[in-house]
Design a protein around this ligand. Structure first.
Ligand code: HEM
Length: 156
């Protein structure tokens, strides 16, 4: 297996772990927690424990995906693709990566964690609903990006 193929394998495994996790949180975990909260239980501690564990998986897979992606651009010497609108999926991949990297490494630990802990104590239903909507936006953008990237790479 040459370096490029290895990088592609790492890239796709990173994407599967990361976006698969986002899909689980969005379609399963958050709806279940919202129902618990509606039934009168305090969903906040469970959300923080579970999302905290997933945040580490997401951080590691984000680094693997970004590193392998940049390595592939370097090996292909494909930097000029960034100025070609036909490679919109490359821009989309990079944008999604930047958004998640900022969220996971800067905004979440520095700002969002504290904000969410306060918001969920004061208005648990609307805080969870907002988090759920945000996850849907990120998940849909990620899925459109994955579809565009696979079609783009394989000549679609
Ligand atoms: C810094 C961020 C990223 C860079 C620089 C990057 C770069 C690349 C490159 C160079 C390729 C191979 C293109 C080719 O063979 O012509 C690729 C493939 C791909 N990337 Fe990314 N990527 C990044 C992030 C992401 C993210 C966040 C996702 C998912 C949302 C993603 C999903 C994919 C997929 C699904 C493929 C197609 C794999 C295949 O079918 O062989 N990438 N990426």
């Amino acid at each position: 297996m040459d370096d490029f193929v290895l990088a592609r394998v790492v890239h796709v495994l990173g994407v599967v772990l990361w976006i698969g996790g986002v899909a689980f949180v969005t379609t399963t975990l958050l709806p279940a927690l919202r129902r618990l909260q509606r039934d009168g239980e305090d969903a906040a501690p469970m959300f923080e424990r579970l999302e905290g564990r997933f945040a580490w998986q997401a951080r590691i897979s984000t680094v693997l995906t970004g590193g392998s992606g940049l390595y592939m651009v370097h090996v292909l010497d494909a930097w000029e693709r960034f100025s070609d609108p036909g490679y919109w999926w490359l821009h989309a991949m990079s944008a999604i990566w930047v958004i998640f990297t900022l969220m996971l490494f800067l905004l979440e630990p520095l700002v969002l964690h504290k904000w969410f802990a306060q918001a969920i104590r004061r208005r648990p239903d609307s805080a969870l609903a907002l988090i759920h909507r945000l996850h849907w936006v990120l998940l849909l953008a990620s899925l459109i990006t994955v579809a565009g990237a696979v079609a783009g790479v394989h000549g679609g």
